[in-house]
Design a protein. Structure first.
Length: 197
């Protein structure tokens, strides 16, 4: 009778061990797939780079979360606060300091307004080939004050905001400016929004 009692327990323990081993193998596989997908995205965002090495970021820009060095430049992972939450982006910047590509990876912005930044390629394309100092053109008397020298900023490049989503647009501009500033070593103009967000 003792033998028959231990056999089911042994079978259960063996089954649990097999399931745990399978889970650990699948977790390793999932992590490898995540890394492959990230590399593929970075290759698209930073053309000409095949391999990327994550570098430790020790700077003071709170928008920058991770930096990956490629052969032709850097891919900078940024997180900025938009209208409804954090906006996570990957931004490719060449060694010459030009934006080569960008992708919004995660956001909680309002559907139909700021949420359009996930797939509005016309909006995102405005940031390509910029070299920092990107600002959002807004309506009102100060819309282009920097262009006339009133703000003291150097050659700001204005891009059109997403319709009805100025705060989201400014958050994305802040991310782009942070990424370029990291690569060029310039001071980041991190206060891209007048509301202080």
């Amino acid at each position: 009778m003792r033998k028959s009692f231990w056999m089911p327990i042994g079978a259960i323990v063996l089954a649990c061990a097999i399931l745990l081993a399978g889970y650990n193998l699948s977790a390793g596989y999932r992590q490898a797939r995540i890394e492959e997908e990230l590399t593929a995205k970075m290759q698209t965002i930073l053309p000409g780079s095949a391999a990327f090495v994550r570098e430790e970021y020790t700077g003071g820009d709170a928008n920058i979360r991770a930096v990956y060095k490629g052969e032709t430049g850097y891919v900078v992972n940024t997180v900025t606060y938009g209208y409804a939450g954090n906006i996570t982006m990957l931004i490719g910047v060449s060694n010459e300091g030009k934006v080569t590509g960008l992708q919004v990876r995660d956001m909680q912005e309002t559907h139909g307004l700021g949420g359009e930044a996930l797939w509005d390629w016309e909006f995102l394309a405005q940031f390509l080939n910029t070299t920092g100092n990107v600002a959002i053109a807004t309506a009102g008397p100060d819309a282009f004050s920097a262009a006339t020298g009133e703000s003291g900023a150097e050659a700001e490049v204005y891009v059109d905001a997403l319709t009805g989503a100025t705060v989201t647009s400014k958050a994305i501009a802040r991310s782009v400016n942070s990424a370029v500033s990291f690569v060029t070593g310039a001071d980041a103009a991190t206060e891209a929004t007048s509301w202080g967000g």
